[in-house]
Design a protein. Structure first.
Length: 131
């Protein structure tokens, strides 16, 4: 008797606002394909590959599941990301920072640490370029 193990879970719906999509379109259309984007260390950014999927751009770190599969020490990588945003660790290997307005308030320290220029903003997101 054959038994199949069903590993499928219910499909997850992710809703991304029009304003956030406008920010991802800016990244896709106005940045180099080699640009590296720094995302805030939020649960959504860490667990979902939404940003690279919508922009075609590399991020410093996102999608724990994929990172784990390719051998990245995810606990260490996520701690490094938190340390970058709190200023404990200097980090230069990025070109842009993509933040929601909530993340901007939560991670205000990052703006003090780097020479950043706002290049896109709307009611939902702000994108900074490292200058």
């Amino acid at each position: 008797q054959n038994r199949l193990l069903n590993l499928r879970t219910k499909p997850e719906k992710i809703v991304i606002s029009y304003e956030t999509l406008a920010g991802t379109r800016f990244i896709s259309n106005q940045t180099s394909k080699n640009s590296i984007i720094l995302l805030a260390p939020t649960s959504f950014n860490i667990n979902k590959p939404w940003f690279p999927a919508l922009t075609g751009r590399q991020t410093v770190y996102c999608c724990r599941g994929f990172a784990f599969q390719v051998g990245v020490d995810t606990d260490k990588a996520e701690q490094l990301l938190r340390d970058i945003f709190t200023g404990r660790v200097p980090y230069q290997n990025f070109d842009y920072i993509f933040l929601s307005r909530a993340e901007e308030g939560q991670f205000a320290k990052i703006k003090e640490l780097y020479s950043l220029q706002p290049v896109f903003e709307n009611t939902e997101v702000i994108i900074f370029k490292k200058v």
